[in-house]
Design a binder for this molecule. Structure first.
Ligand code: G1P
Length: 293
């Protein structure tokens, strides 16, 4: 029987240079969208997709992430004494959410290297990777949609989205052909992948987005993949090796993706998430209408 996808790896050792100075002393994964750190959205997506084993790949200066998912006795005591039961429930829910394992990536050597750090914790089973920067707002969690495809195919699945114009150069890009059948044109069989190509070299406008379901064979591939773009071990290059052995699918998920690793993307996501909130949305909408734009 095929093994189930239960584990999700969150690479979180990056330096967050795109958000300096905010990320000088604070992990970018802890930047709040309204009032919840970015990484918590990803962890909640994993849980809602049926994955309850979380592995976070951290680095220096990332202890705030561990503290966030840990029990905070002082805070809980203070909230209890002051009778702030609503806030107490929110704080407790975070630490009770899930069991998390942490592994350190000692050097920032790329996404492929970060994933390789989780090899022992993942073992010989399929697993998911979530890049917390990419927040996907969807009725059915993106990861859940992808797990469904893994369960049918038994192959690695990469989330993909059409990116128009020169922005394609910021992504891994797929050369892929649509799979006919029940997937409504959303499923593609990958023929090749290129990390951050020049616009003129991009094989298509299908960009890889930060959700992956990977078979454990990826570890062996990454282990023998030479450093690629930017002198880093690229996950895309490891996938290219994997493609020689196994089929890989691309999947255009249903839902809206926010690139919160980008300043403009972060601002847009903040506005959209705030507008959706029961406690803030109406007043915030009123306020936005008063702005002379
Ligand atoms: C990484 C991957 C890239 C992928 C992107 C998705 O790049 O290397 O293939 O398209 O995530 O967000 P990064 O954004 O870390 O430079």
């Amino acid at each position: 029987m095929k093994k189930q996808v239960c584990k999700v790896v969150f690479p979180a050792a990056g330096l967050g240079t795109r958000f300096l100075p905010a990320t000088k002393a604070q992990p970018k994964e802890m930047m709040p969208l309204v009032d919840k750190p970015i990484i918590q959205y990803g962890v909640e997506e994993a849980l809602a997709s049926g994955c309850d084993q979380i592995i976070i790949v951290t680095g220096r200066g990332k202890s705030a992430i561990e503290d966030h998912f840990d029990v905070s006795y002082e805070l809980e005591k203070m909230l209890e004494e002051r009778g702030k039961t609503d806030l107490l429930a929110i704080v407790r829910q975070i630490s009770e959410m899930i069991h998390i394992a942490y592994v350190r990536q000692k050097e920032a050597m790329g996404l492929g290297h970060a994933v390789l750090m989780a090899r022992e914790l993942v073992g010989d089973e399929p697993f998911a990777v979530i890049l917390a920067d990419d927040i996907i707002d969807a009725q059915v969690p993106c990861l859940k949609q992808m797990i469904e495809i893994y369960n049918e195919t038994g192959c690695s699945v990469l989330a993909t989205q059409v990116i128009e114009g020169k922005a394609i150069s910021s992504y891994g890009v797929l050369d892929a052909k649509p799979v006919p059948g029940k997937w409504n044109g959303r499923l593609f069989e990958v023929q090749n992948l290129v990390e951050k190509p020049k616009v003129e070299d991009a094989p298509s406008n299908l960009a890889i987005i930060g959700r992956y379901i990977l078979t454990p064979a990826i570890f062996e591939m990454l282990d023998s993949t030479p450093l690629g773009a930017g002198g880093e071990l690229q996950l895309t290059d490891g996938l290219k090796q994997l493609l020689k052995k196994e089929k890989i699918y691309g999947y255009t998920f249903e839902g809206k993706r926010h690139d919160t690793g980008d300043k403009l993307g972060f601002l847009k996501a903040t506005v959209e998430f705030a507008l959706k909130r029961d406690d803030l949305g109406a007043e915030f909408r009123q306020y936005l209408k008063t702005l002379e734009l």
